[in-house]
Design a protein around this ligand. Structure first.
Ligand code: UGA
Length: 430
């Protein structure tokens, strides 16, 4: 759509076939139509053959996964395999762009690996680090309208080339571009790599901060929603990522913090704040389990409905999902867990936990309902209906989506995160 020809290499046969047919093998709004129009226009193709895609390319984006390996260090197995294949095909005209989140210092490792695999050392391509800031569920919009584009390299010509590729986005000159031009940061490779980790670590720390404040709010009878709103009015703090809840999850924050802590440790730096961010997050998940156990006077034999399985709304991703963690812990405690999610249908870690098609089926005969993911569907729950089919009366609203008074009016007991219970006192009137 930005006027380029793109060949995507996908080595998984099933995924390749799906993509060729225009189907995206995961839930990501707006992506399928984009792929469909690229396929129809002939500007987008999918292959598993490096020799078809690489020699004709000017720029090769490395987007393979970097899952957590031993001691929190990212496992670079997929990167290594891709680099070896690329090295066999390059003819000296390519620039490699690392989109994958790679450990700080990877450029040097990658350059050495390339050199050792190249048939002709003179063909060594330049490497530009171009970290990714997309959010799942908003990936297309975040890609087209980023806050900033980060390019890191010691090769000015390679930086110019990749900057040129980003020009329609930097100038928002493509059809559908808006007036907000993103910033461009040109820097070196290790700085670009560090920016990625620092951004995710900061966001995770901001959430752990408000979650810790929510614990204090519960102890002193304050309302974390009002606290977050008021502190967020200070532009130095900002309103985003201050929603208290059951802790952050997903495939990025935990993995990236582990990687940054492990890089710091390798360099003799103790990353105390990042470790605390992680610890607070785990504690926040456990606080949900403790709350349910306390309110139900034990978990053994209880029937608990968990609403929301994805790590956040807008995605079917359950990697490191707080909902999965909490459901597992409730089961370990002897409860029967029945879950609902608008799009997730199966979670291998949850074994035989039933994931129902309707909320009513999940809350039927439940002693407690625990809302874990802030899907908009749950904010509009029919509370009278929920009360009529539940066996008990406890609603644990970890995302503070419901009106506590409405819950009580339906004859149910309300437990939010960092909110005074059971009847909320309005701490801030706007
Ligand atoms: C995150 C970053 O936001 C992206 O910028 C980054 O590109 C991406 O990781 C990545 O490294 O690939 P994502 O994992 O899609 O994106 O999810 P977020 O929207 O950041 O949410 C992460 C977790 O924090 C979710 O579990 C969410 O429920 C939780 N969260 C978020 C809160 O508990 N409170 C908040 O106020 C915001």
């Amino acid at each position: 759509m930005l006027g380029n020809e793109v060949a995507v290499i996908e080595v998984d046969r099933a995924r390749l076939e799906a993509l060729r047919a225009g189907s995206v093998p995961f839930h990501e709004p707006d992506l399928e139509p984009l792929i469909g129009s690229g396929l129809a226009a002939g500007t987008l193709s999918f292959t598993d053959d490096y020799s078809r895609a690489i020699p004709s390319a000017e720029i090769v984006f490395m987007c393979v996964g970097t899952p957590s390996g031993a001691h929190g260090r990212p496992d670079l197995g997929f990167v290594r395999a891709a680099v070896r294949e690329i090295a066999r095909q390059v003819d000296g005209n390519e620039t490699i762009v690392t989109k994958s989140t790679v450990p700080i210092g990877t450029r040097d490792w990658l350059a050495d690996l390339l050199e050792s695999e190249l048939a002709t050392p003179a063909d060594r391509p330049a490497v530009v680090s171009n970290p990714e800031f997309l959010r799942e569920g908003r990936a297309v919009a975040d890609f087209l309208h980023p806050h900033r584009v980060i390019l890191g390299s010691n090769d000015e010509m390679a930086l110019d080339l990749v900057e040129q590729l980003y020009r329609p986005i930097l100038e928002q000159s493509f059809p559908g571009g808006d007036g907000r031009r993103p910033a461009l940061v040109r820097t070196d490779n290790p700085t670009a790599e560090t920016i990625k980790y620092a951004a995710n670590a900061f966001l995770a720390t901001k959430i752990s901060f408000i979650n810790e404040i929510s614990t204090i709010c519960e102890a002193v009878g304050a309302d974390v929603e009002a606290v977050a709103l008021a502190i967020g009015m200070d532009p130095r703090i900002g309103p985003e990522f201050l929603a208290a809840g059951p802790g952050w999850g997903g495939s990025c924050f935990g993995k990236d913090i582990d990687a940054l802590v492990s890089t710091a440790t390798e360099h003799g730096v103790e990353a105390q704040l990042l470790q605390a961010t992680r610890d607070v997050n785990l504690r926040q998940r456990e606080r949900v389990v403790d709350r349910v156990r306390r309110e139900l006077h034990g978990l053994l034999g209880r029937r608990i409905a968990v609403l929301g399985v994805a790590f956040k709304p807008g995605t079917d991703d359950v990697r490191d999902s707080p909902a999965v963690h909490v459901a597992e812990r409730l089961r370990e405690g002897g409860a029967t867990v029945v879950a609902h999610d608008p799009i997730v249908r199966r979670v291998p870690e949850l074994g035989d936990v039933e994931i129902t098609d309707t909320v009513t089926a999940a809350v039927d005969r439940a002693d407690a309902v625990v809302i874990m993911t802030d899907w908009p569907d749950y904010a509009g729950l029919d509370l009278a209906q929920v009360a009529s089919v539940m066996r008990g009366d406890l609603i644990v609203d970890t995302r503070n989506q419901l009106d506590a008074e409405a819950v009580e009016a339906a004859g149910l007991r309300y437990a939010g995160t960092g909110r005074p219970a059971p009847t909320p006192r309005r701490a801030l009137e706007l």
